[in-house]
Design a protein around this ligand. Sequence first.
Ligand code: ZN
Length: 348
Amino acid sequence: MQIIDSPQHTQHDPPYEILDGERVPYFEVPRRAAIIAGALADAGFPAPIPPRAFGLAPLLAVHKEEYVEYLERAHGRWVAAGLSPDGVMPCTLPLGGMAGRSSAPTAEAGRYCFDLSAPIGAGTYAAARCAADAALTGADLLLGGERAAYALCRPPGHHAMPALAGGYCYLNNAAIAAHHLAAAAQTSDMAPASVAVLDIDYHHGNGTQTIFYERSDVFFASIHADPNREYPYFLGFADERGAGPGEGYNLNIPLEAGVSDVRYLAALEQALEAITAYSPRYLVISAGLDTFAADPLGDFALSAAAYPAIGSRIAQLGMPTLFVQEGGYAVDDLGRNLVGLLQGFESL
Ligand SMILES: [Zn+2]
């Protein structure tokens, strides 16, 4: 399995976030990726290849152009206005009928994000572009005939909406790769064009769901903490099934606290049955590891043994599969759990 990784992500290192009303050290730290890269090397995976630069077009297929332009200029404009170089963060959001017309840097920060956990620092845009390129490079490997690839994306992507950052996410790496795969398949002679995204992060992939909600060429399935108790709260309910042409192509499986390995694997079975029925040509896994029992942001109870089992079961689908790194904040356990997931996949 080819690994795609780049040191570019270290440029993105916000000092803090606002979580549940408190200022806390940023959970999504560069060391996460370093631990994973080290564990992959120790486990004998091939040396990583760098991402190829794909340009803006694949990003603009899922994100609004004005939003991507904002991400690029936001920090420079913010600092030029005399605001803290630590990172762009809003204090006002244009909600509930408040007009979004102000061009002030602080107003822009509110217009293009939905929470207080996605500050934009000097290197954030470059790191996010590199993460998207890593996912696209992995997608191209599948298009070239590879069975599987793993993109060590940082910052992660699945919370990023078409024109909103949030939840440590700026560009939706998995959605960008999934659209790229679907578009490539559509132009080939080997139709049908279809891609499934399976999101196994502890949190609902609200961005990916929104991006594909009215599309039938990308099926989205997510297993996650019930939004009645957990972030991102406002999406991820079981009755969100897609809309218009996308009706029936969105599957949410919200779960209770304390989920065990057995319980999780049963939910996975339900998601994989739906994906099998859809019969996609390509599978993209939003690979979050915050389902682990020791994760500081989650309340599931998965053991390390769950990850090889999940990987093995995904491999049984027999589909070309791209793993895209999402969350996971039990930093010291991330390497072992990610290696377990990929080795479980490769064991089949
Ligand atoms: Zn997560």
